[in-house]
Design a protein around this ligand. Sequence first.
Ligand code: NAP
Ligand code: F7E
Length: 338
Amino acid sequence: MPKTALITGITGQDGSYLAEFLLREGYTVHGIVRRSSTFSTERLDHIYQDPHDAGARLFLHYGDLLDGNGLNQVLATSDPDEVYNLGAQSHVRVSFDQPLFTADVVATGCLRLLEAIRNRQQASGKQIRFYQAGSSEMYGATAPPQTEATPFHPRSPYAAAKVAAHWYTVNYRESYDMFACNGILFNHESPRRGETFVTRKITRALGRIVHGLQDKLFLGNLDAKRDWGFAGDYVRAMWLMLQQDAPDDYVVATGTSWSVREFLEQAFAVVDKSWQDYVEFDPRYLRPAEVDHLHGDSSKAQQQLGWKPEVDFKALVAMMVEHDLEMGRKERILADAG
Ligand code: NAP
Ligand code: F7E
């Protein structure tokens, strides 16, 4: 039987890759979209299907992780076999400016969704498998390499909220025998990455620099190290977790780490430029507490899920730079045309 999935955060980077992946696997996909005064579905444009068309398998519903009643309704309407909770205020720096909002969406939002699923399962008698988008930020100050057994030491309101969501998910699994999994995903990027995360901020600026649209790039801490993978690889791991016989928690990472400075070097090398000629320090991009070094060990996911990353660091940087050079070229044409 073809399966049905519900995705929160479908308009985000991961939501768009996961929706694409599940449609390819034959799923019917429902997504929750926040109402806003402008369209937020740009990352889904290429897979959009008119719901009036016979055979349409992608359906969008207005909803919000802050609205438990709405979550109940979307669950009843979509009747999913699997729920992927990707919705979040996902920017670490912003979580210091909006800690209460971040906690409400990320931590209590996950709890609202778990409760809604529990109620739906009781009413329908049908099992719903649940994926929670956990983060390497939960390790925070704990020394690398980080595995499923590494203790959490969150360093931001975002990370603390993700730790709460992690334990809510474990608790619902243990208390109610729910098929609930935590993916502990290390940083993953793509040409669809939000433009204020450091990798995309760099490649976007580079595309504009090459086309004469910008001559400076302001950044904060260049010494932080991250385990950067490709988002397209990581959504496959989310799906694999929900296809197992039993629910569990898994680290998903490449097992390599690079500093922000090394990302800059790699990106500017693609166009044979020196980043030192363009980058300036701005303290506004520093965080009240920094996470210095994330480097994951995904042996468990590799052995039990048969998952491994297919895009390495160099290929990821090149993919993002090529995409943003093309964006810069189009922007230049528009600017020249007035
Ligand atoms: P993203 O691009 O920032 O997307 C976040 C999504 O959440 C967007 O669709 C956003 O909707 C939605 N959202 C925000 N607030 C919401 C609310 N109140 N109710 C419902 N939806 C809401 O993030 P991402 O990079 O795709 O990451 C996906 C998930 O994985 C997030 O939970 C993130 O915290 C987590 N994660 C990401 C990484 C990574 O490196 N990318 C690593 C570990 C974990 P709008 O489009 O309307 O803003
Ligand atoms: O920062 C440094 C910054 O914002 C990476 C989210 O997807 O991954 C992401 O969180 C590093 C930090 O990602 C700038 O201080 C320097 O050390 O790209 P980022 P993040 O904080 O690692 C985790 C796994 C998630 O779960 C999150 O949702 O780069 N950095 N200068 C800067 N960062 C930004 N954003 N902007 C700068 O100008």
